[in-house]
Write a protein that binds this ligand. Sequence first.
Ligand SMILES: [Zn+2]
Ligand SMILES: [Zn+2]
Length: 351
Amino acid sequence: MKKLREYIGCIHAHSIFSDGSGTYPEIIRDARSAGLDYLMMSDHMSLKGREEGFAGWHGDLFVSIGYEMNDAADRHHYLIFGLDKTLSPELSHEQYIQIVKEKRALGIAAHPFEERKSRAALPGFPAITWSNLDYPEIETIELWNMMSHWLELTTLKNVLWNVVHPRSFSTFPSKKLVDWWDDANLERKVTAIGSIDVHATKFKILGLVPKAIFDYKIMFKSIRTHLLTCEKWTQSDSIEKTEASIRESISSGNCFLSNYRRGDARGFRMWAENGIKMVGMGETGYWKSATIRAILPQKAVCRLIRNGQVILEQKTDNLEVLVGEGTYRMEAEKDHRGWIYSNHIRIKENG
Ligand SMILES: [Zn+2]
Ligand SMILES: [Zn+2]
């Protein structure tokens, strides 16, 4: 297998430049102490962090700064990386999706199918939704957004428990979204990333001193996206070059997401080989059959999914399966909770 470098980081964070509670120096300090290699900041409609010079290296942490766009109805939230200006807030989501694509920037559909299932859902936090995701220009989605998931699952009845145990409630990404993602990948490549959407909003609970729900430090130890790349990031490279490498790793699909709460997933690899060549996540092997292989840093219940259907389930740290044509991904579960989600590999006889 090609020697790949693995960079772990968190995507989707808000600072005081929009509705987050942390300053850049505070957020950067927390991301460094959590051991992240990179952090992708996305304040609502603001690139102030970039204008103030926070993009780039801070010790061993690389900070990339984009923003979160929304339409006039505050829907269709879209993370945008690689544009040096914010787009007009008057644009429709169809327009900004198109512009991002044309400018070869990275757009990520944020919390795509957010919902409020319970009538006891927390008041004041309506679901921020997408009408549908079936735009061919949408190439990347948040499969597991920690904050959005918390709001989906938190009600007036369990809010105290969920505040005190901020990472325990989020056991799996939304099934509806995973099903959509598998279906979409039968037609075209849609990459999944994990995100935290951290705001560290401070609330008064039972009249006590205001406390940040999900402070930055805790969220940096939850949903992470692991980027695999042949490129080595070096501090002597320009900020733009490293940011472009991050965007390329994501858009190529050579990345996976993990919930750090279940264990450090560094070292997970999945690939397909036919005895001569190999392809990684996000790639296609133009072969009639192949061996799908995966290695994990620890044993876990692994599921191999072909065209949206589970074809194998096995507790292992080393998977090897002979397969025919299809679109494959893997997920791993620990303690009956979701841990690792790979992107898809395609095996297709005719190119
Ligand atoms: Zn949002
Ligand atoms: Zn957000």
